[in-house]
Ligand binder design. Structure first.
Ligand SMILES: Nc1ncnc2c1ncn2[C@@H]1O[C@H](COP(=O)(O)OP(=O)(O)O)[C@@H](O)[C@H]1O
Ligand SMILES: O=P(O)(O)O[C@H]1O[C@H](CO)[C@@H](O[C@H]2O[C@H](CO)[C@@H](O)[C@H](O)[C@H]2O)[C@H](O)[C@H]1O
Length: 455
């Protein structure tokens, strides 16, 4: 047997022994995590793609774990990034991080827990990000201009999100992607491109890491905007106090336009021709139909909603074309942070996590992001009682006014494309809420009822 073959056999053996210890615990724990994408389908098998010891004593493990689930259990399954620590005993404050007590295999007798909750473990992650190079299955990179101080105190960000983040000393934030896909994650690609353009609307990556073959982005480190308020919280605060939010909405429009302009300068743009627009309309129609199968509450609105996409196909037939460029891809109020000076920045360029990476990295008309923000003003207004449609309408107009002031183009001049994207987004939201937050499903459904009537 060659040395490489012997090494890979030893590593496969190590993987299966480790899995023996963790498998029963992970099968129960994984599906309960907010970021677990395969909710509602049983996990039929777990396999390990890679295991890296982040500490030499083996008490901190980086895993790329594949969850096999029907109906796609014959495919590769979804791959998740886990940082798991083990200890003989845990301090009480780590009780919520416990994955379970290991009863079999080489780790028997120890407790496995979510390492991102433990500052002793997340300090090690920061140290790794400070030093470029390869460690086991991981490769670390650092931006040449990035300053990463030592010994910053870590704290986990406890918000329930699609990924997991750790804040270091209120000056840096590391984001660990959970469901990982082969390819460069736009959440790294776009902020790097914007930093090259000198765009200050987005925190610039200081360091990042990927799989050792360079194929899959796993996480990144950025400056933390201490004291910043997120757009969603701020909007709700204004709604509760019944205070006007249009000045902020206008500034948000300006920030979006500046980011779009910088992205169009930094990365290739294309023209959406008649064929591409027809394909877009067909894709949106298909998404409507498949989502209605998964979320039956959508069924009554299908005929009305279809007209939004038919109108888009009709415009394509008339020969109308649009410019497409790289965009944020999942823009909503929660992705906008206002620093204490009142300056808005955009974060989380990952795109809609459930869509394929290749689709998320393609150029799209900027209308798609704008529609996301318009939906978000509606979301905020709908989540507050009594419902105040006028609040939402005035924010939506102010946002478009701000966008036009910074870019010279008012999105409302393209109502058909905007309605198609708003409808598509609300359909995505209906599926997202049905899967992750069923109590919220009425919010996108109310919008879909309105959009269906615009036919
Ligand atoms: N640079 C930053 N400065 C301050 N807070 C941040 C920063 N980046 C992210 N956050 C906070 O972390 C939360 C999650 O980050 P986000 O990138 O949206 O992750 P996810 O993909 O899990 O939704 C955000 O809602 C925001 O409150
Ligand atoms: O986790 P991400 O920020 O990547 O985005 C996902 O979760 C969002 C909810 O946390 C979801 O956004 C929807 O709810 C928001 C209010 O909580 C609202 O402001 C957005 O307009 C609405 O789309 C987002 O769609 C989803 O991808």
């Amino acid at each position: 047997m060659s040395e490489t073959a012997a090494r890979s056999t030893a590593s496969a053996q190590g993987h299966s022994e480790l899995l023996l210890s963790l498998d029963p615990l992970l099968r129960e724990w994984l599906p309960r995590q907010r970021w677990f994408a395969g909710k509602g389908r049983p996990v039929t098998d777990l396999t390990l793609d890679s295991v890296t010891r982040l500490r030499s004593d083996g008490a901190l493990l980086h895993l790329l774990l594949r969850a096999h689930q029907p109906p796609s259990d014959e495919g590769p399954g979804d791959c998740y990034q886990l940082l798991i620590a083990t200890a003989e005993a845990l301090p009480p404050h780590l009780a919520p991080a416990v994955i379970g007590h290991i009863t079999q295999g080489p780790l028997a007798g120890r407790t496995a827990y979510e390492a991102l909750h433990d500052s002793r473990q997340t300090s090690i992650l920061l140290e790794r990000l400070r030093v470029p190079g390869t460690l086991g299955g991981l490769r670390f990179h650092r931006h040449p201009d990035g300053r990463i101080p030592r010994d910053l105190t870590p704290r986990p960000l406890l918000a329930e999100q699609s990924n997991s983040s750790v804040v270091y000393g209120d000056s840096l934030i590391a984001k660990v992607f959970r469901r990982v896909l082969p390819g460069t994650n736009p959440d790294l690609e776009l902020p790097l491109a914007l930093a090259r353009e000198g765009c200050e609307r987005v925190p610039a990556p200081l360091a990042w890491y990927e799989t050792a073959d360079g194929e899959t982005t796993l996480g990144l480190l950025q400056p933390y905007l201490a004291g910043a308020a997120d757009g969603w919280d701020l909007a709700l605060e204004h709604l509760i106090k019944q205070v006007d939010f249009t000045a902020e909405a206008r500034e948000l429009g300006r920030a979006t336009a500046e980011v779009h302009t910088a992205l169009a300068r930094a990365l290739p743009t294309v023209t959406y021709t008649r064929v591409q627009t027809q394909q877009l309309a067909a894709t949106m129609t298909r998404r409507l139909e498949t989502t209605a199968q998964q979320v039956p509450a959508l069924l009554p609105y299908v005929p009305g909603l279809r007209t939004a996409f038919d109108a888009l196909a009709d415009l394509a037939d008339e020969g109308l074309t649009w410019q497409a460029q790289r965009i944020h891809g999942d823009l909503h109020l929660g992705q906008c942070l206002r620093d204490p000076s009142g300056f808005w920045r955009l974060i989380d360029f990952e795109g809609e996590p459930s869509r394929p990476l290749a689709e998320r990295r393609m150029p799209h008309p900027p209308h798609r992001d704008i529609a996301g923000m318009l939906r978000s003003f509606d979301y905020a207004a709908r989540s507050h009682r009594p419902w105040n449609p006028q609040w939402s309408d005035s924010c939506r107009s102010a946002y478009c006014v701000g966008y036009a002031a910074a870019s010279g183009w008012d999105p409302r001049t393209d109502p058909v494309l905007l309605r198609a994207y708003e409808t598509d987004k609300a359909i995505y939201e209906a599926l997202y809420e049905a899967r992750h937050r069923p109590d919220w499903l009425p919010v996108p459904l109310a919008a879909l009822a309105r959009l269906a009537e615009q036919s």
